[in-house]
Design a protein around this ligand. Structure first.
Ligand code: ADP
Length: 288
């Protein structure tokens, strides 16, 4: 059974939440972003994690590719401004977003997925983004509202990692239909995943389910499933929080290489995040 949160942890999350709320431009309530005239986004799905480096971007990319393969019109908004990795995964290193009628045009992947990311607008994509909250929020608002998205079935948002200010403000401002929570096996035994679950609950955003990344790997000699972090706790953890257990993803060195080489979209194995995709598609009619 995962550890429950202590009162001190709860208080810390409550304080982070209050701080983020205090910083919102409109004290009476968050401003929810709206797409520009001529663009329509049917469903917005956020991908979140309690901390960085657990494979949130990889899962965002995989969901996008598989929804696209299922015949949907898909876009990715890379809201992980300080650690953007989507453009590189999709072979867009060096690509730049153009503008039409003072609005940004997302860059199209090989397979037709629209992508908007800070790395597509920075002069040098290796420059660190050393901005504070309000500036980050300004960019995210621009990405959502001042972008020529066109007609999109699913906009996947690679959310800022963690449960700090920026993540909370994004939760308040993006019209999220639901969030997929990504965790690593260690997160499931620590408190990290509970932070993400509680944040979604506080913001009243439905949780699509929990994905356990880097859960196992095929033995290079015999192909048998090896669980380097011990038996999965996905089902037990999901049960504990009353959310759905989705995919258990393997550590896949080839996929890590594909991310670096920019061929992720072509190389992603079929059905890599099948349960998460099924769950998202099953909620089609629940959108706004
Ligand atoms: P986050 O968005 O949570 O910071 P990323 O998706 O950028 O994490 O993943 C961090 C690194 O781990 C990347 O180099 C990525 O290619 C690698 N990675 C993530 N998940 C896997 C996996 N299942 N198998 C192999 N490598 C992975």
């Amino acid at each position: 059974m995962p550890d429950t949160m202590s009162d001190a942890d709860r208080e810390q999350i409550r304080q982070e939440f209050e701080t983020a709320r205090g910083k919102a431009p409109d004290q009476e309530g968050p401003q929810v972003f709206q797409t520009a005239p001529g663009s329509s986004v049917k469903h917005v799905i956020g991908v979140v994690s309690g901390k960085g480096g657990v494979g949130k971007s990889l899962v965002t990319g995989a969901l996008a590719v598989e929804l696209k393969r299922a015949g949907k019109k898909v876009a990715i908004l890379d809201a992980d401004i300080t650690g953007p990795s989507i453009p590189k995964m999709f072979g867009m290193s060096g690509a730049r977003a153009t503008a039409t009628d003072e609005r940004l045009n997302p860059v199209l992947s090989v397979g037709g997925i629209e992508v908007m990311s800070i790395n597509l607008v920075l002069e040098h994509e290796t420059d660190p983004v050393l901005w504070r909250g309000p500036m980050l929020m300004g960019v995210l608002r621009q990405f959502y509202e001042e972008c020529n998205w066109g007609d999109i079935d699913y906009l996947l948002v690679d959310m800022p990692p963690g449960t700090g200010d920026v993540a909370l403000t994004v939760f308040q401002s993006m019209p999220l239909d639901g969030v997929v929570i990504v965790s690593s096996p260690q997160d499931l035994v620590q408190m990290v995943v509970s932070k993400a679950v509680n944040m979604a609950a506080m913001m009243e955003v439905p949780v699509v389910g929990l994905v356990e990344n880097m859960s196992w790997l095929p033995c290079p000699h015999c192909g048998k499933r090896v669980e380097p972090f011990g038996p999965s706790r996905l089902a037990e953890t999901a049960d504990y929080y009353g959310i759905r257990a989705l995919d258990q993803l393997p550590i896949d060195p080839n996929l890590a290489k594909s991310c670096d080489a920019g061929t992720f979209e072509q190389d992603l194995p079929q059905g890599f995040v099948a349960q998460a995709v099924d769950q998202i598609l099953a909620h089609e009619e629940l959108g706004r």
